[in-house]
Design a protein around this ligand. Sequence first.
Ligand SMILES: [Cu+2]
Length: 303
Amino acid sequence: MSMLDPAGPTAHTIAGVAWSLFVGSTLIFAGVMALLVVALRQRGSEVNTRWWIVGGGLVFPTVVLSVLMGYTAVRSAQLTRVAPVDALVISVVGKMWWWEVRYRTPDGTDVVLANEIHIPVNRPVVIGLSSSDVIHSFWVPQLGGKMDMVPGRTNQLVLQATAPGMYRGQCAEYCGEQHARMAMHVVAHAPADFSIWLAAQAQPARAPVSPLAERGRAAFVAQRCTACHAVRGVSEEGRLGPDLTHVGSRLYLGAGTVRNGAAAMQRWIAHVQQVKPGARMPSFGERDAATLEAMAAWLESLK
Ligand SMILES: [Cu+2]
């Protein structure tokens, strides 16, 4: 996660500003130190103090700060320009401690997922940002700036990726115990691959592919996981936790906490309070091993 390794136009602008400030302040610092050395060497010699105070204390800062003000005004205007009408719109809601992500497909279906944002390359993406509890902050340093997510408000951030790849993001506003484990991943695809991905995410959960998965689905319903989790095609009553319709396709579990996989899934369900202490999900470790294994197998099959 480095803002000095930009992968999109706004991130390039921000990195450019950061470098100019860094180089400029280094030059000024070096100049002041050089003057200090000269002053120490020539102690006792006469200097024109008025000239130094007016020149170094008034004229120099006024010129430097005015140039800087003009420069940042021009650069910030480039950052806040309005998104073009063909931009892709995605809404992201910050939660303690994960991200709910919503898309609308071209035919009007709502697609809900969590902690992972897929985007097509070279197309501006408008991200509508909000929160359902405390203030969070959305930050994917390689793609753009930071933006607060404030309950009851929708802020907007325009991102664009110039190359396919995976970019990590992180909540950038302290939001409680598991703030550090509130990461997300942005995956940029070629436009055709993005459309295929979105069409797949818009599908309801696939039917169980094995007797084990079949038992897993039944256990998921019987254990009342459905009180907090929606799985489209199975139950849509619960919204307190992430939508799990395609959880098997995600790269990570628990907002970047662990790499997704059968073992990680089972450990998450059984011992979430050890994996991510304080997460708003109870550990289900007292369930028998066969039930846990079946639930994990079914969830992993939801690609
Ligand atoms: Cu947060």
